[in-house]
Design a protein around this ligand. Structure first.
Ligand SMILES: Cc1ncc(COP(=O)(O)O)c(C=O)c1O
Length: 384
């Protein structure tokens, strides 16, 4: 794959290495957003079938992206917290059940689980991150597997850690959760779109994704896969559209108490989202064309040689085998000044994020090897 900067409207003088914060907008996504914003100028041109047709396209594309055979297994959600709330609503918890989470995982995949300690007498087990030194990610993966026991009801983790890109072996985790009949809930927000994911291979019970990062959509809309264990579930809200027969507008006065099939019941109210749905759909269309495999490869190629130039004495970066290529943490060791780094970065117009102790770098197909070189120059300058 070659660099794809032309597809975006980025300032050519800015080095954006922060896709994990939010993606820049594809020009095609912006165009579709504006077109659809303007459609409401003439509401008589919006038909009843339009309430459903774009949603179907989005679900088909997302299902294809994650290799899920059935688009009806996909729900449209406004946020990750919403998807997690639906998951929690449909698991029966008993006193003593354990929920396994990772240290410092994203709050939308933490608070709701933690609350269950008070409401349902369950125990949240946080798998702590090992010290920042060689083999950290491997040991963290081992500790995660070991935390799963006969008492485990749910393991709710990301595919890659949002703060530093640590990669978790979901295939092994699925095997282990199956042994103890625990749910496997995956937050794919920082991976799906840029890192291959296959529902056929991993078979998670749910995969929840915010749409405005690696899926290249607008802020405010995401997508979720729900597996069979949720097909008879009760959604957290009743909206007219997640009940059967809603396509027939004239007949909506004759209430139908039955929810729609499979994951469609978990669609958020007003999920037709005439602006955001086609925007996210277009982002995913582009990703299907580029492919997550090629995006990983592209990010690997622009980073691999340059990152080797950072002396190990001063920086820790996880072994590329155990981290994502599109999102990784650089941990400075002693004698490093974050304020100085921030100054250099501002002067060079470089965006990254600072999460916990990690300098989070998250490139994509609009970046070049030269961008990474400029970043490493700033990092070396900040060693005092
Ligand atoms: C791993 C992860 N999950 C979820 C989110 C967003 O959550 P929500 O959609 O609930 O705002 C983020 C945002 O940074 C994230 O990094």
């Amino acid at each position: 794959m070659i660099q794809q900067k032309d597809h975006f409207d980025l300032d050519p003088h800015h080095i954006y290495l922060n896709g994990a914060y939010m993606s820049p907008q594809l020009k095609s996504v912006a165009r579709i957003g504006i077109e659809n914003l303007n459609r409401k100028n003439r509401p008589y041109e919006i038909s009843e079938s339009d309430f459903f047709s774009e949603k179907t396209v989005l679900k088909k594309r997302f299902a294809q992206l994650i290799n899920a055979p059935d688009p009806e297994a996909i729900a449209i959600i406004p946020s990750v917290s919403y998807g997690i709330a639906n998951v929690i609503r449909n698991i029966t918890f008993e006193k003593g059940d354990e929920i396994v989470l990772l240290q410092e995982q994203f709050p939308s995949n933490y608070y709701a689980w933690k609350q269950l300690e008070t409401s349902h007498n369950v125990t949240v087990r946080i798998v702590t991150a090992p010290a920042v030194e060689t083999g950290r990610a491997e040991r963290w993966n081992e500790a995660l597997l070991q935390a799963v026991t006969e008492n485990t009801k749910v393991v709710a983790v990301p595919h890659v850690h949002w703060a530093d890109g640590t990669l978790f072996d979901l295939a092994l985790l699925r095997k282990r959760t199956n042994e103890v009949n625990a749910y496997l809930i995956v937050d794919g927000t920082q991976s799906v779109g840029a890192l291959p994911f296959s529902v056929e291979d991993i078979a998670p019970d749910a995969l929840i994704c915010g749409g405005y990062k690696w899926l290249l959509g607008a802020y405010g809309l995401g997508v979720a896969y729900f597996g069979e264990r949720f097909y008879q579930g009760t959604p957290i809200e009743n909206n007219w559209m997640n009940h059967e027969g809603s396509e027939n507008f004239a007949n909506l006065v004759n209430y139908n108490e039955r929810f729609k099939a499979k994951a469609t019941r978990f669609d958020v109210g007003e999920s037709s989202q005439f602006i955001l749905v086609p925007m996210l759909s277009e982002g995913i269309r582009q990703l299907l064309q580029w492919t997550p495999e090629a995006i990983q490869e592209y990010c690997r190629n622009i980073t691999k040689d340059v990152l080797k130039t950072l002396p190990k004495k001063h920086f820790y970066i996880e072994d590329p085998k155990y981290r994502a290529q599109h999102l990784f943490g650089i941990y400075p060791k002693n004698d490093f000044s974050i304020p100085k780094l921030k100054e250099h970065m501002a002067a060079q117009n470089i965006s990254v994020s600072y999460r916990g102790q990690s300098i989070r770098v998250s490139p994509n197909v609009y970046n070049t090897e030269d961008d990474i070189k400029r970043l490493t120059t700033c990092l070396l300058d900040a060693i005092s």
